[in-house]
Ligand binder design. Sequence first.
Ligand SMILES: CC(=O)N[C@H]1[C@@H](OP(=O)(O)OP(=O)(O)OC[C@H]2O[C@@H](n3ccc(=O)[nH]c3=O)[C@H](O)[C@@H]2O)O[C@H](CO)[C@@H](O)[C@@H]1O[C@H](C)C(=O)N[C@@H](C)C(=O)N[C@H](CCC(=O)O)C(=O)O
Ligand SMILES: Nc1ncnc2c1ncn2[C@@H]1O[C@H](COP(=O)(O)OP(=O)(O)OP(=O)(O)O)[C@@H](O)[C@H]1O
Ligand SMILES: N[C@H](CCC[C@H](N)C(=O)O)C(=O)O
Ligand SMILES: [Mg+2]
Length: 487
Amino acid sequence: MKVLKDILYKVSLTSTVGDMDREVSGLSFDSRKVIPQSVFVAVKGTLVDGHSFIEIAIGNGATSIVCETLPEKLHDHVTYVQVSQSNVALGIMAANYFENPSEKLKLVAVTGTNGKTSTATLLFQLFVEMGYQVGLLSTVENKINEEVIPSTHTTPDAVSIQSLLRNMVDKGCTHCFMEASSHAIVQGRTAGLSIDGAIFTNISHDHLDYHGTFDEYIKAKKKLFDDLPKSAFALVNADDKRGMVMLQNCKATHQTFGLKYPADFKGKVLSNTIEGLELDINNKQVWFRMIGEFNAYNLLAVFGTAVLLGEEEEEVLMQLSKVPGAQGRFDKVTVSGITAIVDYAHTPDALENVLKTISGVRTGGEQVITVVGCGGNRDKTKRPIMAKIAAQFSEKVILTSDNPRDENPDEILKEMEAGINPVDFKKTLTISDRREAIKTAVVMAKKGDIILVAGKGHETYQEIKGVKYPFDDRKVVNEMLQLLNKE
Ligand SMILES: CC(=O)N[C@H]1[C@@H](OP(=O)(O)OP(=O)(O)OC[C@H]2O[C@@H](n3ccc(=O)[nH]c3=O)[C@H](O)[C@@H]2O)O[C@H](CO)[C@@H](O)[C@@H]1O[C@H](C)C(=O)N[C@@H](C)C(=O)N[C@H](CCC(=O)O)C(=O)O
Ligand SMILES: Nc1ncnc2c1ncn2[C@@H]1O[C@H](COP(=O)(O)OP(=O)(O)OP(=O)(O)O)[C@@H](O)[C@H]1O
Ligand SMILES: N[C@H](CCC[C@H](N)C(=O)O)C(=O)O
Ligand SMILES: [Mg+2]
């Protein structure tokens, strides 16, 4: 059992009522998961206010309540702790509860609109290759060495992060690489972490539904850097104009990577083909299995991070050239001369990068057929832009459903269609059923053509009105290529 006042260490308290030496059996921010004698932290959410569940939490056995506003009715057997920001308090309390595991390993957090999973996964694979025991917190999966713990978010909630880190430390991990989403930073999921290094990949259009404006979105990312200690490093993309913004007022050691402007870790693309990338890094020519200039950025960020963590440059490059990268990112299969690429591009910038990469590796004559949709309950303003980009860089486009979630897929598709330039109408089809859309792309494809299925990458489901139905772009596209006798 832990003692309440110990898990409140470093939390700034506004007021307290009741016994602070109370023993606590658990920590929860969800009244439905409260266990007897535990602490319930009331967090103001986007849908509801956790303060309205305090009585239910007490009914379920909570004996300590952490909140921003004290309830009118106080129970004698309960301790109340008032704080100014309960989500930040939750992060710090979760760290204390699990005995600050992040202090016991090297923790690197990756933020940015695109490239977080790619970069964090490459770091994980590199450090495993170099013989370390390593942890990973990512959109695709959480890992403790070989063990896979399914992931529900890009960045888990604060209690899950700390519990996973504790597990990593107990299993001997010396390093952990994690994604820090802008939602997580704003919601305090990353509060309480002792971070040794943070990486900024890039920032472009996404999540304006949540952050409201692009400036607020930038601020969310910047907070990760503002909160870094002096002992950490901050490694930012020198070619992204917001890279330097991240470093303003950042106490950590400033470091940069890039391909264009002067940078501490500078690279040059020597060749970029459908098989991989050849880069010049510090006068060493190295071949990598990743495809596209955007991956050159990810590889440079990984190289820089490894060096900043004290690894030897040559060894890093040698091992990095072997690693496969994240699942569902430019996953390629060629059957009977037709190449199908499944990629997680779900933002305008990512889609443009992937399509430009495909254009760059074309040998002439082939058509590019793009199948793409946009998720429901997410930023609506990216929908017409993504459709426009798909049409601009493809010979044929099939607009389809992604994860409609609670929205009507046909409405999402109308919003996408609105972005299509009239001259591109004749090359555009709308087929709401994703399986049918992929099938149609395969039927249309001829030998030499390239099919891009974008937006869902590694996802193995399609989320419709709260239900996750099995759906895997990689399996469907393969199945269609076989079924339609294209093998
Ligand atoms: C919009 C958003 O980020 N929502 C996240 C947020 O939930 P919320 O603020 O909506 O919570 P809420 O439902 O309003 O509830 C408020 C509080 O009341 C509590 N509650 C609620 C009901 C009840 O009966 N009892 C109770 O105690 C809740 O536990 C919560 O503490 O906090 C929850 C706990 O951490 C998250 O699970 C939830 O993620 C939702 C499911 C989600 O879809 N999030 C996405 C947008 C997200 O976080 N994405 C980023 C990646 C984005 C990217 O970079 O591409 C991620 O890190 O995954
Ligand atoms: N450095 C990069 N710059 C721009 N685009 C990239 C970069 N790296 C990857 N991409 C593109 O973005 C897509 C998503 O990449 P990745 O999954 O690494 O991003 P993420 O930041 O983790 O996304 P999420 O916010 O969903 O967690 C890839 O499938 C690819 O199309
Ligand atoms: N992390 C991103 C994933 C988007 C993936 C796309 N397939 C969608 O469902 O919109 C988000 O939560 O916005
Ligand atoms: Mg990710």
